[in-house]
Design a protein around this ligand. Sequence first.
Ligand code: CP
Ligand code: NVA
Length: 302
Amino acid sequence: MTVRHFLTLKDLTPAELNQIMMRGIELKQMQKAGEIFEPLKNQTLAMIFEKSSTRTRISFETGMTQFGGHSLFLSSRDTQLGRGEPIADSARVISSMVDGIMIRTFGHDIVETFAKHSSVPVINALTDDFHPCQLLADMQTYQEHRGSIQGKTVTWVGDGNNMCHSYINAAAQYDFKLRIACPEGYDPNMDLVNAHKDRVEIVRNTLDASENSDLIVTDVWASMGQEEEQKLREVAFADYQVNTSVMQKADTDALFMHCLPAHRGEEVTADVIDAKDTVVWDEAENRLHAQKALLEFLMSKV
Ligand code: CP
Ligand code: NVA
């Protein structure tokens, strides 16, 4: 049987993504009911982190524990990978001993090379180009609060970054329209935009992009690895903030999402992210449930 990887949302079919979303909702209910379910007993997930993380590490590690398995936190600071051992060699060796590998790194080519040489499933836990695991949680959160996202309009406000790219893939896989409000010079990869131009458009004005939208999403102005550009980006992104005016332009039932960590007063105002009916905490918690569904899909042998 060929090994399945999850490097972008395009590695799974829309039907498989829907199945994982529904299973995530079910696994959440099972866990809240105190049901013990251990489909990954005796299995190990290697978790390679070359960038910082709170949610991703905790959700994968806890997910493996709840599934009866084990996880290994491998920081590049402490492994030979961080000292220049070739990615292909590392992939061969690590995958010979574990049942799944999760990687958070810089270049997307690193996870591609890792997957090519791995004998077990490889999960992209964020690269400079994509963050597909976050989309599993976001789509589950929308489904839980508003039902199907199919045919809806989503507005991305801010940087054309890894999250934005995964939203472009999500527009195709979950069948919604995506408007991207980003300043010139910070566009997403235009090859990706053009490949999806039937459902994705760039709208420079944030308020125009948000009109009647069903979901408003944003992310930090400077991603991990871009810290030195922070000041420059604060100027460039000044008109790309999700605030009350933006939410008022959107549909009255519109949700606001943010993958977190958030910078209040920059990409989002405190009154929006901390609103009484905010779903961002559900969104963060759903990383656990959605990724458990992914782990079960990729790693369960029964
Ligand atoms: N949203 C997200 O991936 O958070 P962490 O960087 O804390 O893992
Ligand atoms: N775009 C952000 C997402 C963090 C979860 C980054 O790459 O730092």
